[in-house]
Design a binder for this molecule. Structure first.
Ligand SMILES: [Zn+2]
Length: 222
């Protein structure tokens, strides 16, 4: 960014390039932001967790693509309050691959993904129009549509709730502590909700349903 040095392939190895250069430009020794290795490490860690959870599978490949997109769009949304549409198109392509894959396997589960496409995005779209874009960003609506096609309706609804809880708690804390403005970039929080949902959503949903049915049993028992 400072001297215009063209990066070579060996400058682009995640983590290692930054570490061997000790965080400075090869040519002019300008300090390079610690944000680069941190994000590379976060991405690598999440790819590893995905592999451990879903093995070598189509799901793993699709989720790894999703995770990297979410990290990049979160950083951009955090800085600019805008999610570049390219990320949402990419996630939509991943979702379409998921849909075709499920359809070919015919688990009868493919409608879950079609419902996922609209279950969060359509209510959000109504809020978007009702508030003339002040209640929610257009990028957030598209993100929840595309992610819904990839995750299915259960996980994307959970992801949205988690994102809202994280967003309100963390953003209110930031407004109180560092005097952050009331303007909220939802992308990072929705992304965190999506990642928690793909990693632990199935367990969270079944724990919740077990809890509900235990309430019913208690009630009937009474
Ligand atoms: Zn330089």
């Amino acid at each position: 960014m400072t001297c215009g040095y063209q990066l070579e392939w060996y400058d682009l190895i995640p983590l290692f390039s930054w570490l061997t250069l000790r965080g400075r430009c090869r040519k002019c020794k300008t300090k390079l932001s610690v944000q680069y290795p941190l994000i590379e490490a976060l991405n690598g860690t999440m790819w590893l967790v995905t592999y451990l959870l879903f093995d070598m599978s189509v799901t793993t490949l699709l989720y790894c693509g999703l995770i990297s997109s979410l990290i990049a769009l979160s950083v951009i949304d955090f800085r600019t309050y805008e999610i570049p549409v390219g990320f949402n198109i990419f996630i939509l392509v991943l979702g379409t691959i998921r849909l075709i894959y499920e359809f070919i396997l015919d688990h009868n589960s493919w409608p879950e993904y079609i419902i996922g496409l609209v279950s969060v995005s359509i209510p959000l779209l109504l809020i978007y129009y009702a508030t003339k874009g002040r209640g929610i960003g257009g990028g957030d609506v598209k993100l929840m549509g595309a992610a819904g096609l990839l995750l299915g309706w259960k996980l994307v609804i959970l992801a949205f709730f988690l994102g809202c809880i994280l967003g309100s708690v963390i953003h209110i804390a930031r407004m109180k502590i560092s005097g952050e403005s009331h303007m909220l970039a939802m992308g990072p929080y929705l992304s965190a909700g999506i990642v928690i949902s793909i990693f632990a959503g199935e367990q969270m949903i079944s724990a919740y349903l077990n809890y509900l049915s235990s309430l019913t049993v208690t009630f009937i028992g009474f």
